[in-house]
Design a protein around this ligand. Structure first.
Ligand SMILES: Cc1cc2nc3c(=O)[nH]c(=O)nc-3n(C[C@H](O)[C@H](O)[C@H](O)COP(=O)(O)OP(=O)(O)OC[C@H]3O[C@@H](n4cnc5c(N)ncnc54)[C@H](O)[C@@H]3O)c2cc1C
Length: 414
């Protein structure tokens, strides 16, 4: 029978929890990881389309939304992407670089990442118990008492690494926030992030399946408050693809009623150049239709929708539109508001924005400032990254920093 008293208990066997557990157990601390799920790593196996975008070549605090960028910088610097790559290399997982900055396992499988993590945990002596949903935590004298439906255990040190609210089917159901709250911590209000957006405008839905490179901006009360660049994918419900996912958190967080999501459908082109090109087009091919002349820039179905939205008959000839009409259409092309009515929510959000307030943790160790020997790691904290391996890097960095901090603290005591 396993003991009920441990040196360290970690709630959550996701990337952050396991990363924290490994150094603790390696240094001889009796380390228990509890997870509510019957099997571990459901989210990791889904990640990156089953390939797991493990990290990114260039990571800085600017790639994250958080209330405390300086803390994020400290943590990332303490365990940067190079350390992540070295850690996995030592476990036999080679990485390959894609699209210039994104690292994926060479074997193109999230499974090898999960297996490596589990091997390292087992080798270090971490005890993982599955099917153990933690319902309450309390501090009783020096010890944390951790309770679930049919179990109870205690430890001097507790790590909450329960993730956020996204993809609740994988186990992250937000219960970690309640545990943190019960120990006195403030939770920055949460919203889905990296979530597909939905629209009520039927025109956009007819474009389902089309992908193209765009620039997106959130304009609130006339001011640009966020931007993203990359592929936009039209879906049967609205908008997805990296550009839409990246901006979704900022859109959803923005509380003002006067907000617009604006697309630049030709981000590589300047308005003046387009005007000159189209003036040449009118001179050279006056009888060519607008729709036909636009297909060198845009997918045909999109060109048709944009023309209709601007009140131009797609079949009309280039010379039938006035100079003024051309200029206003080009502006609409480069600055097109798209009606967003919401997102597909936590069910389809890759991460959760908001979480445990970083202002209440030590900026170097992520130890609670309110409750001695309590630590937080991973997505449960108020940190969410953009698409491209940044969220896993936060999980690896924050987990490793917490593990090392616990190791140092407890070995000083010994
Ligand atoms: C579909 C999808 C694709 C993604 N792809 C990528 C990608 O390619 N690259 C990238 O960087 N990021 C990606 N992410 C984000 C990334 O998966 C997360 O940022 C990361 O998993 C967070 O790690 P974590 O350990 O903090 O939390 P989680 O991975 O959510 O793990 C938390 C664990 O805690 C357990 N738990 C929760 N509450 C309790 C409780 N009360 N008691 C016991 N256990 C509990 C859960 O069962 C879970 O196992 C993706 C996310 C999704 C949903």
């Amino acid at each position: 029978m396993q003991p009920t008293s441990w040196d360290v208990i970690i709630i959550g066997a996701g990337p952050a929890g396991l990363m924290a557990a490994i150094p603790c157990a390696e240094s001889g601390l009796r380390t228990l990881v509890l997870d509510s799920q019957g099997t571990i790593g459901a989210k990791l196996l889904l990640s990156g389309g089953g390939r797991c975008n493990v990290t990114n070549l260039k990571v800085s605090e600017k790639d994250y939304q958080t209330g405390e960028p300086r803390t994020v910088r400290n943590i990332l610097r303490s365990f940067p992407p190079e350390r992540t790559l070295a850690f996995f290399k030592e476990l036999g997982v080679e990485m390959v670089l894609e699209e210039g900055t994104k690292y994926f396992p060479e074997r193109q499988s999230a499974k090898v990442v999960l297996q490596a993590l589990l091997r390292a945990s087992q080798h270090a002596g971490v005890i993982i118990q599955t099917g153990k949903k933690v319902k309450t935590v309390s501090k009783e004298r020096k010890n944390f008492c951790v309770r679930g439906e049919d179990f109870e255990c205690s430890a001097e040190t507790l790590v909450i690494a329960t993730g956020g609210l996204s993809y609740p089917g994988t186990g992250s159901d937000g219960s970690g926030y309640l545990l943190a709250k019960s120990l006195g911590h403030r939770i920055v209000p949460t919203t889905p992030a990296l979530a597909p957006l939905i629209t009520d405008e039927p025109d956009w839905k007819t474009l389902a399946g089309i992908t193209l490179p765009v620039r997106l901006s959130v304009i609130a009360e006339g001011k640009k408050i966020a931007g993203s660049e990359g592929a936009l994918l039209f879906t049967h419900l609205g908008f997805s693809g990296p550009a839409a996912l990246d901006i979704s958190g900022s859109w959803l967080r923005c509380q003002t009623a006067q907000k617009n999501l604006v697309v630049n459908f030709l981000p590589a082109r300047r308005e003046a150049d387009l005007l000159a090109e189209w003036a040449r087009g009118v001179a050279e091919h006056p009888d060519r239709s607008w729709k036909r002349s636009l297909t060198q820039y845009l997918p045909e179905r999109l060109a048709e929708v944009l023309l209709r939205k601007s009140g131009i008959d797609p079949r009309s000839r280039l010379d039938q539109i006035s100079k003024k009409g051309r200029a206003s259409f080009i502006r609409a092309l480069l600055h097109c508001p798209i009606g967003v009515s919401g997102s597909q929510g936590y069910e389809k959000a890759e991460v959760t924005a908001g979480g445990v307030d970083l202002g209440e943790v030590d900026p170097k160790t992520l130890a609670s400032n309110l409750c001695p020997r309590l630590f937080f790691a991973g997505e449960v904290l108020d940190v969410d990254g953009r698409i491209g391996g940044f969220n896993f890097q936060w999980a690896w960095s924050s987990g490793a920093v917490v593990g090392q901090a616990i190791m140092r603290e407890l070995s000083l005591q010994a």
